[in-house]
Write a protein that binds this ligand. Structure first.
Ligand code: URA
Length: 217
């Protein structure tokens, strides 16, 4: 039996022709399709979201991307200029560094899921206000529930504040492992901080390796 929703989701993802191999409709793929559908619902909501002022200057909201069955979910702050243009997370300079460290750890970016505290770019890349963060975080919590990763990796102070609701000095907290929603949470630098402080690159890359180990990867 072909699931109509499956076809709908694929169409929304841009597939125009589908050659169906029924063997892919096993338990695992239907679970994957459910997740894609749920994420798509969130995407439709953020596309028209006007809950905070950040919508006024956005080009594209950035939901997140990656493997919907990922064991690891990276959480950054908010889209920057390039992310706002492309509608994808971590595709600018900071993203390239994150991708490089994932690859150095022997993995591929496509294996993990990458999201942010805020879905819209703050003007001039300023830090989103606490109010803006709190308005947007319910979307992220739904993403965490859907993806259900083993490990969350918080990239920088805004991700930490958004999740734990308290300020932290990341230079002090980095490397620590906490818990949230029953998941292990690894704290590390934001890659943009590492770009400004290149002597921290080795530490950051080692943290990313530790994250994969923590997830049993
Ligand atoms: N910085 C972030 O925090 N997130 C992105 O997606 C890009 C840069």
């Amino acid at each position: 039996m072909i699931d109509k929703n499956y076809l709908k989701v694929l169409k929304e993802l841009g597939f125009e022709e589908i050659i169906l191999d029924k063997s892919i409709l096993n338990q695992k793929s239907s679970n994957q399709i459910d997740k894609i559908e749920e994420l798509n619902k969130i995407y439709k909501e953020i596309k028209v979201c006007t809950k905070c002022d950040l919508h006024k200057s956005r080009t594209n909201p950035v939901l997140g991307e990656g493997n919907v069955n990922a064991k690891i979910m990276f959480i950054g702050e908010a889209p920057g200029e390039e992310e706002d243009k492309q509608g994808r997370p971590f595709v600018g300079r900071a993203g390239k560094l994150l991708t490089k460290c994932i690859e150095n750890a022997g993995h591929r970016r496509e294996e993990v899921y990458i999201a942010n505290i805020n879905k819209c770019r703050p003007p001039n890349n300023r830090t989103p206000t606490i109010e803006e963060q709190e308005t947007c975080i319910p979307f992220l919590l739904r993403q965490i529930e859907i993806i259900n990763p083993k490990v969350l990796c918080l990239l920088g102070a805004t991700a930490y504040r958004g999740i734990f609701k308290k300020e932290a000095k990341i230079t002090k907290e980095r490397g620590s492992i906490l818990e949230f929603m029953g998941k292990k949470v690894y704290i590390t630098y934001h890659p943009a901080y590492v770009l400004r402080n290149p002597k921290e690159e080795e530490t950051f890359c080692q943290d990313i390796k530790n994250v994969f180990k923590l997830a049993g990867e």
